[in-house]
Design a protein around this ligand. Structure first.
Ligand code: ADE
Length: 246
């Protein structure tokens, strides 16, 4: 899978792209990330990429010229390519959007700065607008990193085994169960006995219950859309009858 990131701050991405799971995926050639500096496509003596808004008002707007030239400079795969503009006005991002995007061959991510971009860029070049949450970032770069990271993990081979992301929070619509590692006692707190039992069925059941409990306590909104089996529904009914905090 290939990502092209159009940004005024390409340096922001360097350590991000070298680290962890994503760094390894890039090293193995499973994921490719190319950066395009929008300023390289600006004209004039000052290479300006922003200008004042028509109609007046505060803030500066990204000029359409440099952005359209930057977009045209990106080599595109013939199919499975989408241009995504990162903006708080976009569709709210979640794991299901990440899965949809992971089926594409190429994503072109446009990072805005200043007050916004000239509307004609959105109209002529953008397929999809995405927001990573209801807050305002100083630019789309952090949002682009979120997308590259979350989508990159879903590319086959990136996490090693097909099973590796099946247990992640949100994959079945629930939050993850708690995790423990050595030592067995830490600052006086013991690892739950069941995890030391060696009984895989009991452990699976305990983890599922914890997962449901956490979701019920912290994000009950997720339960409406979660993929629940008969056992889950029974456990959940028990939780509703005897809420964990009672
Ligand atoms: N740019 C600024 N804020 C943003 C957000 N919340 N999501 C995506 N892009 C943004």
């Amino acid at each position: 899978m290939r990502f092209d990131i159009l940004t005024l701050f390409p340096d922001l991405f360097s350590s991000f792209l070298r680290s962890g799971v994503l760094g390894r995926a890039i090293g193995k050639g499973l994921v490719e990330v190319r950066l395009t500096d929008i300023r390289d496509h600006a004209g004039g003596p000052h290479r300006a990429t922003d200008d004042r808004p028509y109609g007046g008002g505060d803030g500066m707007i990204m000029k359409p010229g440099p952005l359209s030239r930057a977009l045209k400079s990106v080599e595109r795969s013939e199919e499975g390519c989408k241009v995504v503009f990162l903006t708080p006005q976009g569709e709210l991002y979640d794991q299901s959007v990440a899965w949809e995007l992971s089926r594409l061959k190429q994503l072109i991510l446009v990072c805005g700065r200043y007050e916004g971009v000239d509307e004609r860029i959105r109209e002529s070049y953008v397929d999809l607008e995405i927001s990573i949450g209801d807050y305002v970032l100083s630019g789309g770069e952090l949002a682009a990193m979120v997308i590259v990271d979350t989508v990159g993990r879903l590319v086959p081979g990136v996490l090693g085994g097909e099973l590796s992301n099946r247990n992640d929070s949100f994959e079945d619509g629930l939050l993850e169960h708690p995790h423990y590692t050595r030592p067995r006692v830490f600052e006086g707190k013991e690892v739950p006995e069941v995890l030391l039992s060696g009984n895989h069925e009991k452990i699976r059941h305990w983890r599922r219950l914890q997962s449901l409990k956490r979701t019920f306590e912290r994000r009950p909104d997720l339960l409406k859309k979660a993929r629940l089996g008969e056992e889950d529904k029974a456990l959940l009914a028990g939780l509703k009858e005897h809420p964990p905090h009672d």
